[in-house]
Design a protein around this ligand. Structure first.
Ligand code: ATP
Ligand code: MG
Length: 366
């Protein structure tokens, strides 16, 4: 029997800077993959960020949030730019991004750091160390010290000014991120490393206890624990030892940036932010790159790979996700490079042309 035709609504948020250029490429790729795999996409494009501020005075219009919430997945380009840098906090484009994450209830941030064989020499590490690195950092996104109370400024016993924050995690907060991490590890290499500071911090002691308890539900996943100071060292010394890493908000912030530098190509890295139910949010890890916006120079592959994550983690369309990832690899094999990943001997192309080459590769996948 013919496979049933699946239909999904996808909210597109092009945003600012290079956002519209890279989202337009990713949209075309999704559409074409859909036509091969029997998937229909209904795209709705909505404003957010500086673009929305200029148009309607707020970074996240109500209609944008409600459209996003009602859809099956959200694909975002980038938000912000110098133009709004001097705005007050509530009128910053980036505030809209925090509101969108909160509104969608996405508490798990997935950031892969893979070294592409074709780009191994752009890694910050030696070839022998970088080759074959394929890590997924699962970061808790809505709890921990970035949100814990009490927080603020005050004075201590000797009258000196102080600033303070509190790290709080509840058992259920740890459980839900741990579950996503175990499930992610299961789909990947079957190894999960939980990173904490349980030798010093109470929240980390609870973290380690809850993660360890959950391991019995995932006998097929090999669990290990590592202190964050050691993990940051091991990431540079021998990154290949890691498959999936799960960690709290602040450690994940730092470790995911560290891991991304191993790959040496900011224009290649996607991300996913997931909640329990409801649509996930998928976006490249790079910013709006105002220095190259509107010049057809942006690398669209991070956003194209975010669309692959949207298919895998947002819609459960593994075959279509693989088709996109293979098309990206094939395009690199055929030698096409945007400026950020260019090296002599390869073919320098702009954003649009790179998109066209990915489309050709999508067509040629079996
Ligand atoms: P944000 O604060 O929004 O994260 P940022 O200032 O940290 O932004 P980016 O906007 O990511 O940084 O840009 C950092 C540098 O990387 C810039 O020089 C930019 O041109 C380059 N860059 C970022 N993304 C891409 C891309 N997709 N293709 C090519 N170059 C890029
Ligand atoms: Mg940045």
């Amino acid at each position: 029997a013919a496979p049933s035709r699946r239909s999904y609504s996808v909210t597109l948020i092009p945003g600012d800077g290079i956002g519209p250029e890279v989202v337009s490429v990713a949209r075309d790729v999704l559409f074409l993959v859909g036509s091969h795999e029997g998937i229909e996409f209904r795209f709705q494009e909505v404003p957010m960020g500086g673009t929305a501020l200029d148009a309607v005075g707020v970074p996240l219009p109500e209609e944008t949030l409600s459209t996003a919430k009602d859809s099956d997945a959200v694909l975002l380009g980038a938000i912000g730019g110098y133009k709004w840098d001097s705005n007050e906090k509530s009128l910053k484009p980036e505030t809209g991004l925090l509101q969108l994450r909160a509104g969608l209830g996405v508490f798990a941030n997935l950031r892969p750091a893979s070294v592409f064989p074709q780009l191994v020499d752009s890694s910050t590490l030696k070839r022998e160390v970088a080759e074959g690195v394929d890590i997924m950092v699962v970061r808790e996104l809505t709890g921990g010290i970035y949100f814990g109370k009490p927080r603020g400024f005050g004075t201590n016993e000797s009258g000196e000014e102080i600033g303070f924050n509190t790290e709080v995690y509840s058992a259920s907060e740890v459980d839900r991120i741990a579950r996503i991490a175990f499930e992610t590890a299961r789909k990947r290499g079957g190894k999960l490393c939980s990173v904490d500071k349980a030798n010093v911090l109470e929240a980390s002691i609870l973290w380690r206890r809850r993660v360890t308890m959950m391991a019995s539900e995932f006998p097929d996943v090999e669990l290990s624990h590592m202190y964050v100071d050691n993990a940051s060292m091991q990431l540079v010394r021998n990154p290949k030892q890691f498959d999936t890493i799960v960690t709290n908000n602040i450690f994940g912030d730092i470790l995911s940036d560290e891991a991304s530098m191993i790959t040496g190509s900011i224009g290649m890295l996607p991300s996913a932010s997931l909640g329990y139910s409801g649509p996930g949010l998928f976006e490249p890890i790079h910013g709006s790159a105002p220095d190259i916006a509107g010049q057809d120079k942006a690398n669209p592959l991070a956003t194209v790979l975010s669309a692959a994550m949207l298919l895998r983690y947002g819609l459960g369309e593994e075959i279509a996700a693989k088709r996109i990832e293979n098309a990206v690899l094939e395009t690199l094999d055929r030698g096409y490079r945007t400026g950020d990943i260019f090296s002599t001997g390869s073919t320098l192309v702009g954003c649009k042309r790179m998109g066209e080459e990915v489309l050709k590769s999508v067509n040629s996948q079996k």
